[in-house]
Design a protein around this ligand. Sequence first.
Ligand SMILES: C[S@@+](CC[C@H](N)C(=O)[O-])C[C@H]1O[C@@H](n2cnc3c(N)ncnc32)[C@H](O)[C@@H]1O
Length: 174
Amino acid sequence: MTTEIDEIGYWSEIKLEILEKYAKPYNQILLKNQFHPSYIDGFAGAGHHKAKGSSRLIEGSPTRALGVDPPFERFFFVDSDADRVSRLKRIAGNRPNVHVYQGDCNDVLVDGIFPRISYARRERALCILDPYGLQLNWETIRAAGNSKAIEIFLNFPVMDNESKCALAQVRARF
Ligand SMILES: C[S@@+](CC[C@H](N)C(=O)[O-])C[C@H]1O[C@@H](n2cnc3c(N)ncnc32)[C@H](O)[C@@H]1O
């Protein structure tokens, strides 16, 4: 468990801005066409970060998702860290449409959350997958694809040693 929120660089702030800019028209288009948009965050984090080298507080992906206008109808946040999950629950407050889970998102998403997005009921979801390194299983991505209702926004770190291994594994498989 960690009690600290992460320090992030400017590249992570750009990622968060891209996410917000994408989510707004995603919801506009879906709602206009009578779909029901949900937001899923597999590696949700604590909800806030600190800017590297300063004390400036930055809203993280789940907090930004809650502020998107027009809004998502449902929110599903997952993190493996108990302290971060407690922070997320405080941010969610008493909103009945925000669901926070603690656990390995590979299990929670595939067994608990993805099945709640029904293609037939015109439910769709934007699923953010933002691991530090190699925590994401390819089976989880496959499950999202198989649903035909969930699109993923994968932030794939390419500059650390773990990710070089990940790239090597991808090349080995395909
Ligand atoms: C890069 S941070 C997420 C940042 C967040 N997406 C944002 O932009 O505000 C990665 C998070 O994944 C969590 N984590 C690591 N392994 C995990 C796993 N297997 N399942 C769920 N969460 C995990 C960590 O505790 C950490 O909070």
